[in-house]
Design a binder for this molecule. Structure first.
Ligand code: ADP
Ligand code: MG
Length: 287
């Protein structure tokens, strides 16, 4: 495009909360056919409030174990849980050998005991069996964090998130532009289904690991569609790099931002719609 058009586009974009890091990807955006969104922190606000703690034995002990691990995690779920535990007067302990599993959870040694925390993938990955008391919570429509000590599940924390109003509007507009919409999430199927319904998204896939998100993006791309991915987490980084256009939420993790072509400084999905319009306006019939 003409340098003047480029300069004008950049400043218009900035005003709309769009930071362009890769001009080539921004130009490609004019041909977009499909768009994939992460759920937590992208479609939703990512402010997860703890609404219930179910412990097999003592709740304080459970909260101490979880907070001790989660104070080392950068996942937004982890931060909410630590805050909640502290508000209940629980002081986290030092965790040894902390290891994070993106899209799954984390593990560490606390008080000499091996402790694991995480979502739906944790249960299957570690072949954990649920005690009778916890079974009714498996299918509940909440984001869940399971806690296991010494290979035994000792409780679950239920959390709720809020869909950003602008996400619903943005998805509607994207569909009106004839763009196929997807939600790709590491969260459980019950929550995914509900969020997909509320925001009117066409397709969704739940329980996804980072590589599985990436493979769906590849599949869409291989169908000959220009595909964009919008995400905020460590678990989205591989998909952001693979998509034709990687778009990160400005308030997201550093690794997501570093992996993206475009950054949404206002963390507002309507900026995606503006970005597509700007790309189409800037590169239409240009020589
Ligand atoms: P999304 O794709 O919707 O943004 P993530 O892939 O970040 O979700 O997380 C998927 C699931 O993995 C979460 O819903 C949560 O249950 C679990 N999880 C990931 N990291 C952690 C953690 N540090 N602590 C607890 N649970 C976690
Ligand atoms: Mg996320």
């Amino acid at each position: 495009a003409v340098p003047l058009v480029v300069a004008i586009t950049t400043s218009l974009a900035a005003k709309r909360g769009i930071l362009i890091r890769n001009r080539q990807a921004f130009e490609t955006l004019k041909d977009i056919k499909a768009i994939c969104f992460d759920k937590t922190g992208t479609i939703t606000e990512g402010k997860l409030a703890v609404h219930k703690v179910i412990a097999i034995d003592d709740e304080t002990t459970l909260l101490r174990y979880v907070a001790s691990i989660e104070q080392n995690s950068e996942h937004i779920i982890a931060q909410s849980i630590v805050e909640y535990a502290k508000s209940k007067g629980v002081e986290p302990k030092k965790a040894e050998n902390f290891t994070a599993y993106p899209g799954i959870g984390a593990k560490a040694i606390i008080d000499g005991e091996p402790v694991m925390v995480g979502g739906p993938q944790l249960l299957s990955k570690e072949s954990l069996k649920l005690p009778e008391k916890l079974k009714p919570y498996e299918k509940i429509e909440s984001t869940k964090v399971w806690i296991a000590v010494n290979g035994k599940v000792i409780g679950v924390i239920l959390l709720t998130d809020t869909i950003r109003k602008t996400s619903i509007e943005a998805i509607k507009m994207l569909k009106e532009l004839g763009i196929e919409t997807w939600m790709l999430t590491g969260d459980n199927d019950e929550v995914a289904k509900e969020v997909a319904k509320e925001c009117g998204i066409d397709n969704y896939q739940a329980n996804l690991l980072p590589d599985e998100k990436l493979n769906i993006i590849k599949e869409i791309h291989n169908q000959g569609k220009v595909v964009a991915m919008v995400g905020d987490g460590i678990n989205d980084a591989p998909s952001l790099l693979t998509a034709d256009i990687g778009i990160a939420i400005g308030a997201g993790t550093d690794i997501a931002i570093d992996s993206a072509d475009i950054i949404l400084t206002k963390s507002d999905l309507l900026s995606v719609v503006h970005a597509i319009r700007l790309s189409r306006a800037a590169y239409r019939k240009m020589v």
